[in-house]
Design a protein around this ligand. Structure first.
Ligand SMILES: [Zn+2]
Ligand SMILES: [Zn+2]
Length: 353
């Protein structure tokens, strides 16, 4: 099968041929129709995540192997099914759940595969992902019918969508007067704003450094917006909200934004850290106790959460965020990764076969 593989840290993707696997059990071979390009693909292609003074987490240290086939926002049809699968080849399009665990640990038994310490996520380590003509899915249970959803947008639900959904679930429900703040109004953050609104939350504050992004956030339901390029962002933000906030979802999660988030939280507040922009900040530990804060990380979401999100998308009017479609090939993949790295992408990019 043809894949668009990265063969060394920082190298551009190139088209190579790999042996098509012999399917066993409930394995499914998906013919990729749509493959989203995510910011974490940029980090993976570069070969490392920035961990502040702890150095960097390299792709090799995460268990990654080359040639690597990234891409975890996959929609496609079934090209072939294993002997024990009930689903069969055809034209039906499926969203692929990529955050697959070992299947044996406590987290996996509880359907929280995104908490598995031995995750086998599609397109992130040694398991090949969606930057390919075909992708092997280890079990048919990871396929969710796309239905009438837009397939390019459907692809993004598996990553940015379920990440937003899972993060929003961690801060709701809240009272009508409680402010929930979203830091970072890129694609994932904007989706969170839309979900907070769709799930009935009233007070939504959004922080970003781009007035254009803040305008988009207002259109999706933000009631307060704040541009954090201001000289004293915390003071400015609290002036904009008029009071401290009940919860913050930080989709940037660098030293500056996490510092702003903890500074803005009311007593008993919760910070959900999502972004992978890297960095660190120091904070008086006693204040965590005195302020009764909760800090919770968020890494993508679980299979039940993706199913619930797809159901929400089918029944509620979630906004379809701007998506640029490009042909699925190595040149367009490399161009999309470069644009993302340079901050030139607006909305999401999805490669289309
Ligand atoms: Zn992603
Ligand atoms: Zn597991």
């Amino acid at each position: 099968m043809q894949v668009f593989a990265v063969c060394a840290p920082g190298a551009p993707a190139e088209e190579i041929e790999l042996p098509t696997p012999e399917l066993t059990g409930k394995q499914i071979l998906i013919q990729v129709t749509h493959s989203g390009v995510c910011h974490s693909d940029v980090h993976l292609q570069e070969g490392a995540f920035d961990l502040g003074s702890a150095g960097e987490l390299t792709f090799a240290a995460m268990g990654g192997k080359y040639p690597a086939v990234f891409g975890h926002e996959i929609v496609g049809t079934i090209a072939a099914a294993g002997p024990e699968a009930s689903l069969q080849p055809g034209d039906t399009q499926y969203i692929v759940f990529p955050w697959i665990g070992c299947g044996e640990c406590q987290a996996c038994q509880e359907d929280r595969e995104n908490y598995c310490p031995r995750g086998r996520n599609l397109g992130t380590m040694d398991i090949h992902g969606g930057f390919a003509r075909e992708v092997l899915v280890p079990d048919e249970k990871y396929l969710i019918e796309l239905g009438d959803l837009d397939p390019a947008w459907g692809a993004t639900l598996a990553c940015s969508g379920v990440t937003s959904y899972s993060a929003v679930n961690k801060v709701l429900p809240r009272g009508d007067d409680d402010i929930v703040a979203v830091i970072g109004a890129g694609g994932v953050g904007l989706m969170a704003v839309a979900m907070l609104k769709a799930l009935g939350h009233k007070q939504i504050a959004v922080v970003d450094v781009s007035d254009e992004n803040l305008e988009s956030a207002k259109g999706l339901g933000a009631t307060i917006t704040f541009n954090s390029k201001a000289s004293n962002p915390l003071e400015g933000f609290l002036a904009a909200t008029g009071k401290k906030v009940a919860a913050v979802i930080d989709f940037v999660n660098n030293g500056g934004t996490s510092s702003l988030a903890l500074g803005a939280l009311q007593k008993g507040g919760k910070l959900v850290s999502v972004g992978l922009f890297g960095g660190e900040h120091t904070y008086p530990t006693a204040m965590l106790a005195l302020q009764v804060f909760t800090i919770e990380g968020n890494f993508v979401g679980s299979l039940p959460e993706l199913k619930a999100l797809v159901e929400l998308a089918k029944t509620k009017d979630l906004p379809v965020l701007p998506i640029a479609e490009r042909p699925l090939d190595a040149d367009n993949l490399n161009a999309a990764l470069q644009d993302l790295a340079a901050g030139k992408s607006r909305g999401r990019t999805v490669l289309t076969a």
